[in-house]
Design a protein around this ligand. Structure first.
Ligand code: GLN
Length: 301
């Protein structure tokens, strides 16, 4: 495994065809695109990593995996009254289907759905308390207290969040947001601004993997369902392409990170800041494709 990761970091990780870093969030535009990390936690507890696997990056939409686990823990299947479970086939920040579907977003992994998910775990507490609960979940999952929210990223995102505010207000006009939109959006932007390294993220993903490694934070049934959402919706309108090329459930973020689960076998995190046309890590996807092919990993085997 170590030799494979080293080879992937040296070949794919060093490619100059890296895609474009996200520029619509000010701090993300400053990230050095020439970074690449990969980390694998196996179900038997063994860990392997290569490249910049210990460098923290903005996990952005990968946080939606932890947020949905938290919201489901709070309200159970009641969550599905406010957000669907279907892929959208549209960009992560699209507003199009919201009008047709009366303010109910397609799934919790596009921005609109994630804003509803945040609104759900925020209800009944202050943004600081809600974010404290989310951080506790992520830290427990990773068994690592050195995981923090990057305030500069959060503030920059809040200042440029016109489109996300539009989604929030539109859903609120349909009665599908229970909290003050400013509070929900502030919480959402801070949630997206969690910094983690590949190693921390791969460890945090173990709660979905099953097997002996890592803490059990959700029931096996809930873990299976979250992974089903990752497979069908985790890469927005690129979800079909990721399933075709990698064959494993994954969740991406515009910071260039991807969390991938091979059920019962491994939790994998990969990071390269440059994005493809869908807003998913270009080299991260290529690295996962290579790793899955090399190890014959696929849920379709
Ligand atoms: N914070 C980002 C946003 O709301 C997350 C998007 C993403 O990672 N795809 O736009």
């Amino acid at each position: 495994m170590q030799a494979i990761l080293d080879r992937i970091a040296k070949t794919i990780g060093a490619s100059t065809e890296r895609g474009q870093v996200a520029t619509y969030i000010p701090d993300l535009a400053q990230v050095d695109p020439n970074q690449f990390g990969i980390a694998v936690c196996l179900a038997n507890g063994q860990e392997y990593f290569a490249g910049d696997a210990r460098t923290p990056f903005s996990i952005q939409s990968v946080s939606k995996v932890f947020a949905v686990a938290l919201a489901l823990g709070k309200v159970g299947d009641g969550l599905w009254r406010y957000v669907g479970r279907e892929p959208s086939g549209l960009a992560f920040d699209s507003i199009m289907l919201l009008e047709r579907e009366r303010g109910i977003p397609r799934n919790p992994f596009i921005n609109a759905g994630a804003i509803v998910t945040t609104d759900t775990y925020l209800a009944g507490s202050t943004p600081a308390e809600a974010l404290g609960g989310l951080l506790r979940f992520v830290r427990d999952a990773a068994e690592d207290n050195d995981i923090h929210i990057n305030d500069a990223v959060a503030r920059g995102e809040m200042d440029t969040a016109d489109r996300n505010f539009a989604l929030a207000h539109y859903m609120k006009s349909h009665g599908n947001l229970s909290q003050d939109a400013q509070h929900t959006m502030g919480t959402y932007c801070h949630q997206c601004a969690i910094d983690m390294s590949c190693l921390q993220l791969a460890r945090a993903g173990r709660f979905l993997m099953g097997g002996a490694a890592g803490p059990r934070l959700v029931t096996p049934e809930r873990a299976r369902r979250i992974q089903a959402l990752m497979m069908t919706c985790g890469h927005y309108d690129g979800s079909g392409d990721f399933a075709f090329r990698v064959g494993l459930p994954g969740k991406s973020g515009v910071g260039g990170g991807i969390l991938v689960i091979n059920p019962g076998v491994a939790s994998i995190a990969v990071w390269s800041p440059g994005l493809n046309a869908y807003g998913n890590s270009k080299l991260g996807t290529e690295a996962m494709e290579a790793l899955a092919q090399e190890l014959d990993w696929s849920v379709f085997s």
